[in-house]
Ligand binder design. Structure first.
Ligand SMILES: *Cc1c(COP(=O)(O)O)cnc(C)c1O
Length: 394
């Protein structure tokens, strides 16, 4: 539809298209020079020595846990307020997720509640920079270090952000990024593991490539341990194609511009929505340099879940994309059923999740479109306020 303003939209220029066409013409479609270059660029942006490109952010988190040796009987601490992949990988390796409630301002795992959840079974902590906000990652890193528990930084929503002088991706033992089309940069599907740990990086490289000790498909020997059909470990095919890597290189070269543009879009929203008393805007601490992933606002307290759903439906009906980022993970069927989680187990995550509202957010959004989004939202809010008033009168 011509007038549609979607929730997100990738930003692909002629340069990405040319780069992908070059790969097609080169004949080398996997395990080639683009993968290595893309790995360098992302590792550098995260302030890390190694980048290991993988087929998705989820694959990256999965391999990070495997490479850390997390398995059945182990516990992994994480947040209930995130995209479900950050907890699913704990189930993939047969470990048990232990959720810790969030801080109501940053929406990230609450460091104050983290320490008491750590015990002798805790084999890792997966902390997420929700919506791109890196707040508390330094405190979480200190707590993890004090207890000698490896920290996995799920930076899938925060590429290019900083906390003080520290890059997102540089916290803890290992960080992971994702490049699905709604992220800051995209490769269609893709992900990246970043770490300073040589051994961990090597393990991840082997695991993404069917457990091979090396990458070389043209290996001469058919008997040596380095040969293409020798598999040191039980591995996976989590490789990233050269087409995707080529796209990623161009997107990384544009990263500063992309982040600056997203900051502008966020500023326009702040300007417009500052005058909406019904809307709670995101809180960005001074020491954080945000890498804006999405623009999620919250409805103020009197609004109910039903009203939030009606507002989302109403926005969509007017061709304005909107969504409820994120329903709490512990209440999703695979978790609720298996671990018997109940409503009320993580009160802060639950109560915040009831009133979140993601608005359209992408590089090309212009002032007119933002005006239109905010006006449509105004109408939906007013309509809900009318029904609230009439309930009060009854
Ligand atoms: C996007 C995302 C991922 C990874 O997603 P993929 O679609 O597998 O690339 C992981 N964690 C969080 C918090 C995310 O937002």
């Amino acid at each position: 539809m011509a007038g549609q303003i979607p929730l997100s939209m990738p930003d692909i220029t002629q340069a990405e298209i040319d780069a992908v066409v070059d790969v097609l013409r080169s004949g080398r479609l996997s395990i080639g020079p683009r993968q290595a270059r893309f790995e360098e660029l992302v590792a550098h942006a995260a302030g890390r020595n190694h980048g290991v490109a993988v087929s998705s952010g989820t694959a990256g988190l999965h391999l990070a846990l495997l490479a850390l040796g997390v398995g059945p009987g182990d516990q992994v601490i994480t947040t209930p307020f995130s995209f479900i992949a950050s907890a699913n990988v704990i189930l993939y390796v047969g470990a048990t997720p232990v959720f810790v409630d969030i801080d109501p301002v940053s929406l990230n795992l609450d460091p104050e509640k983290l320490e008491s959840a750590i015990n002798e079974k805790t084999k890792a902590i997966i902390a997420v920079e929700v919506f791109g906000n890196p707040t508390h990652m330094d405190e979480i890193e200190r707590i993890a270090a004090r207890h000698e528990v490896p920290l996995v930084e799920d930076g899938c929503e925060a590429l290019g952000g900083k906390l003080g002088s520290r890059c997102v991706g540089s916290f803890g033992r290992v960080g992971v990024f994702g490049f699905y089309p709604n992220k800051q940069i995209t490769t269609g599907e893709g992900g990246m593991i970043v770490t300073d740990d040589d051994v961990l990086a090597e393990r991840c490289r082997a695991l993404r490539n069917q457990g091979r000790a090396q990458n070389n498909p043209a290996a001469e020997s058919i008997t040596d341990e380095g040969s293409w059909l020798h598999h040191e470990h039980l591995g996976y095919n989590y490789r990233l194609s050269e087409l995707a890597a080529a796209m990623g290189i161009v997107q990384m070269e544009r990263l500063d511009d992309i982040l600056a543009r997203r900051r502008e879009v966020a500023c326009m929203y702040f300007d417009k929505l500052m005058d909406y008393p019904e809307i709670i805007l995101p809180t960005i601490p001074d020491e954080a340099s945000m890498s804006w992933f999405v623009f999620v606002v919250r409805l103020s307290n009197p609004f109910t879940v039903k009203q939030r759903e009606r507002i989302i439906t109403g926005l969509r009906r007017h061709d304005v994309g909107s969504s409820n980022y994120f329903p709490p993970i512990h209440l999703q069927p695979p978790y609720r059923q298996r671990f018997n989680f109940q409503t009320g187990d993580f009160l802060i995550a639950e109560s915040l999740a009831q009133r979140t509202l993601a608005l359209p957010f992408y590089n090309k959004l212009d002032a007119t479109q933002i005006e239109l989004v905010c006006l449509t939202l105004r109408i939906m809010l007013d309509r809900e306020k009318l029904t609230m008033d009439s309930v009060e009168e009854n």
